[in-house]
Design a protein around this ligand. Sequence first.
Ligand code: GBH
Length: 490
Amino acid sequence: MFVKTIALWCFLVTVKGKVRRFPDTLSFGVATASYQIEGGWNASDKGEHIFDHLAHTTNKMVDNGDVACDSYNQHERDVEMLKELGVDFYRFSISWSRILPEGFSHNLSQDGIAYYNSLINDLIDANITPSITLYHWDLPQNLQDMGGWRNPLMVDYFADFAEVAFKTFGDRVKTWITFNEPWVVCVLAPIWFSVSPAKSLNGIDEYICGHNLIKAHAKAYRIYDRIYRSAQRGRVGWTLSSSWHEPITQSAADIKAAERTLQFNLGWFAHPVFSREGDYPQVMKDVIAQKSLQQGYPRSRLPEFTTEEIAQIRGTCDFFGLNHYTTNLVRMQTNASKEPSYFDDQFTEILQDPTWLSSASPWLKVVPWGFRNLLNWIRKNYNNPETMVFENGFSDSGNTYDIDRISYHNQYLNVLLDAVEDGCKVSAYAVWSLMDNLEWLEGYNDRFGLYYVDFNDPRRPRTPKASALYFKSILETRIIERDLKNSRLF
Ligand code: GBH
């Protein structure tokens, strides 16, 4: 397997044909998240978080992150891999309950802090920029028991946590991502967590969660501005996930439906921060208000921001963080459901084209042109913000000879260059993920890594896949083949 990998690499670096060069303004990295790689779930005084709880008290997860990639004990190896790849930055997340065992900032875990200090210092020594996500979903269980993101006090608790991180690590960390994918936190998590602490209220909980989360982000940003920015000179933003949504036909109804879907997915969080006027997208305000009234509610299920809040939230990102993987097709669908539902509020049907090549994850189809459309949609809607792609990746269930992953990244990076030529200001690109890891509810079956991890071996050895060598060659040469399809490999 290894020999095959080396042979492939030699072939790729000598491949002749048309190549394209990346602009110097684009930096490359890889991404991970705490629960997906760390393990050490109860190391020292770490507190329990919602995934620990879910894994240990329900059968909703096919596997758990108790050990995962064991990065809690092996971060030196992780840094070695990052050096092998030659990345500019490493995006990882802090586990809230590892540094604040009870969720609150009155009690700090010295061991938890020491772990992240050591990782950060090793990265700096290796000349790799640490980019930290504060919240990649692993909410302390205590806070979930208090209602989780339903609870407006979460705004303060999150800001307290963010402030501990700024204060403790901000002398060395200059890129902060408050939240990974608010949409997942508010739409998927209630589905995942419907057993705890109470059953979720469809069409209500999602919007309350979003409301609190947006305010929590803005509060953390304002704290950084007020107290830390002048001394630390870092940047703060968040990263939003969105598929591209393509109308299934060119009918006016389907075109509007696709646009509405983008607004409900991406605009929900992007519009309050990046648009000139702030607040939720108009279409969300209109549609949800109208449906709520039809359903007999006295007011919209979408909470309202005050004028002051709108101003506080607007502009609270120094970059547009984007996680992007795939594309959907959208059809307009009428419905007049009595029951409130975030999905029914959009009155659309979401599909994919059965001819699109699939990854191991059923939702993830290879549709590179959607990436270009999405980057341009962001450029046009939000006044061409600096866009940092913090996740893009492909899953398989195979071994180290991962041709489909190479092809995916080749195609998506080519399209990224097309978008740059269109005028999009893309300044970062991170592969999800450095190594195979716990794919949430899917367990260890869907592998996204550039490095293969053997989860049957207690030492969790990591082996570079062909894609690791491919990515390394891109970082070294800063060029990419325009088309791999003509090569003998494909
Ligand atoms: C990222 O989210 C996460 O940030 C990362 O932790 C994760 O490992 C990575 O994706 C790969 O999945 O099952 O039809 O309901 C990407 C955005 C949104 C993609 C939710 C999967 C589920 C679709 N994700 N989506 S479905």
